[in-house]
Design a protein around this ligand. Structure first.
Ligand code: ADP
Ligand code: MG
Length: 329
């Protein structure tokens, strides 16, 4: 079983940024509205993610580290309509198999917080009481300390940090109501705040993507039956293009979307048409019935399959055409 843990770990745990992605997703699934991320040495030395979410009960702590233990899916029907970001129950098992992991948690209903510690192959979790406010802290030390071959694949601190920064941006863009604080080597490097205003999403996008993008961008907003799309699109924003596509709050890579966007540009406004899609920037949020999309395609959950791909494609295309036409008037 330990070997199996490590093999699968290769798929989910590639570098510090992939660990942070999994930990933040867990915090969001736990309903946290504040997530504090502390890293040292680009995450290679230390990754600590603390949230104020629902926490894990003492009896469930050791289980949370076990392989294929998820509290989010309990039957096949759940798998047909995944509402949470996680569902495989393998992230914590994989991470703890290649690091020294401490998990501390306190649900609201419990008076004490409890801690479990697991180290690499020796999955004999130690459990003891500790102090912690409501929520969860996970600390991951020395990743790949027991797999030197993989440790050698880690890049410089700067490169690993830039991957982490990108992961946090990507998730923060989809969760404007969650506060994110990112510290590197003891200094705050990113703080995504929350204000009590109805245009919280605009604020978050402007903070992360810059005001030039917001000024140039065409707003996209449409709904039809179970499909809902929102977002911003711009060309030539004078910096690296931003390309973020979210399906039900999950960032995904999808060619269907790119195709639909390009086609809409071609149809409506040749002057906006760009020779390559590399200058097209977009932040698009698509919401649809979770029954209509399969996210169980790849362990890292970057890909999705739409049951009715044509329908989704045409919906995105139509929404984009309408946005472009309004823009021209
Ligand atoms: P998954 O997210 O696919 O269920 P994970 O290995 O990421 O699997 O996490 C295992 C389980 O541990 C989760 O199902 C959840 O019950 C619990 N858990 C992990 N992180 C948190 C957290 N930050 N807050 C509350 N529960 C958590
Ligand atoms: Mg998870």
């Amino acid at each position: 079983a330990e070997l199996a843990n490590q093999i699968a770990a290769g798929e989910v745990v590639e570098r510090p940024a992939s660990i942070i992605k999994e930990l933040i997703e867990n915090s969001i699934d736990a309903g946290a509205n504040q997530i504090d991320i502390d890293i040292e040495q680009g995450g290679c030395k230390l990754i600590r993610v603390r949230d104020n979410g629902s926490g894990i009960a003492k009896e469930e702590l050791a289980l949370a580290l076990a392989r294929h233990a998820t509290s989010k899916i309990s039957c096949l029907d759940d798998l047909e309509a995944i509402m949470s970001l996680g569902f495989r129950g393998e992230a914590l098992a994989s991470i703890s198999s290649v690091s020294r992991l401490t998990l501390i948690s306190k649900p609201e209903s419990q008076t004490d917080a409890w801690l479990v510690y697991a180290e690499g192959r020796d999955m004999l979790p130690v459990i003891k009481p500790t102090a912690h406010p409501k929520g969860t802290t996970i600390e991951v030390l020395d990743i790949f300390y027991n797999t030197p071959a993989r440790r050698r694949f880690l890049k410089t601190e700067k490169t690993e940090f830039s991957h982490i920064d990108e992961v946090v941006r990507r998730i923060a863009l989809a969760y404007p109501n969650v506060i994110f604080n990112l510290q590197h080597n003891g200094k705050f490097v990113k703080q995504y705040r929350v204000t009590q205003s109805p245009d919280q999403i605009e604020k978050r996008v402007a903070t992360i993507c810059g005001t030039t993008f917001m000024q140039k961008a065409i707003k996209l907003s449409w709904q039809h039956d179970d499909l809902c799309i929102n977002g911003w699109i711009a060309t030539n924003i004078g910096q690296e293009p931003l390309q973020y596509f979210y399906v039900n709050g999950r960032v995904v890579k999808d060619r269907l979307l790119n195709h639909a966007l390009k086609q809409a540009f071609q149809e409506t406004n040749k002057s906006l048409l760009t020779s390559t899609d590399h200058t097209l920037s977009y932040i698009i949020y698509l919401q649809l019935d979770p029954h209509q999309v399969d996210v169980n395609v790849h362990p890292a959950k970057h890909e999705v399959r739409f049951h009715e791909a044509r329908l989704v494609h045409d919906f995105v295309y139509q929404a984009m055409v309408m946005a472009l036409k309004q823009e021209k008037q």
